[in-house]
Design a protein around this ligand. Structure first.
Ligand SMILES: [Zn+2]
Ligand SMILES: [Zn+2]
Ligand SMILES: [Zn+2]
Ligand SMILES: [Zn+2]
Length: 239
């Protein structure tokens, strides 16, 4: 305990300004200022680099050099700086022009969402989206595989299966909980005990299993299809 306490005291002494030599404090402040300056410097350097990439990208797109334009834009995205909404539009243009219709449509939709459909290039974006949609297979979204629903082979489309009841272990009956299997109910009247047939089990001591209602089997959801009876599978698209 004493060791722990003395450790804490040492820590406090190191990190408390009171114990720092004024000369050292000067160095510490300079260090923090340099750190702040270099962080903001590197941020502004990134911003100006992003601007250069963006201008190059737009120039390439204007010259119909879409591969080149896309490369500049990707370099700009890699800088992870704040970008203008139009960057999504230009990226969409390069993708659609390079026949990457699905991704192109996504980028253009992102642009429309970012600008709430009122951006400078909204009309162009919308017409490019409909152009891209002309090349996108409705069945497989150009993935080459279509998702189709097939009747689940485990449950035959019912969505549920019959399983052996694990409460009664396939017997369909269980011990009466009211008389604990004795078949009689004891009532203490105060003048002595009276014995009655248990009304729950009619004196038999056993009742129908509450879980399977005596059927010895119970319904459970089919795990294979998640209880919907349909199993989704992917088949090659014939587009
Ligand atoms: Zn298809
Ligand atoms: Zn049962
Ligand atoms: Zn009973
Ligand atoms: Zn199933």
């Amino acid at each position: 305990m004493r060791i722990f306490t003395s450790c804490c005291t040492i820590d406090v002494k190191i990190f408390s300004f009171k114990y720092i030599n004024p000369q050292h404090l000067k160095y510490l402040i300079s260090f923090i200022l340099i750190l702040c300056f270099s962080v903001s410097y590197s941020q502004s350097r990134k911003d100006s680099l992003a601007l250069v990439y963006y201008q190059n990208a737009r120039q390439s797109i204007q010259e119909n050099k879409f591969d080149e334009g896309s490369n500049w834009l990707r370099k700009m995205f890699a800088l992870k700086t704040v970008l203008p909404d139009e960057a999504a539009y230009y990226y969409g243009v390069t993708l659609v022009e390079r026949q990457k219709y699905v991704k192109g449509k996504e980028a253009l939709q992102k642009y429309l969402a970012l600008t709430s459909d009122t951006g400078r290039f909204s009309n162009e974006a919308r017409s490019l989206i409909s152009r891209a949609e002309g090349f996108i297979c409705r069945k497989c979204n150009n993935t080459g595989f279509e998702e189709v629903g097939d009747s689940c082979m485990y449950c035959g489309g019912a969505g549920k299966l019959l399983e052996d009841c694990n409460v009664c272990h396939k017997k369909g009956i269980e011990v009466c909980t009211s008389c604990l299997g004795r078949g009689i109910r004891v009532v203490d009247t105060g003048l002595g005990k009276s014995y009655h047939d248990c009304s729950k089990c009619d004196g038999k001591g056993i009742v129908e299993c509450h879980a399977c209602k005596g059927l010895k089997k119970k319904e459970v959801f089919c795990d294979n299809c998640g209880g919907i009876g349909i199993f989704k599978k992917k088949i090659p698209c014939n587009h």
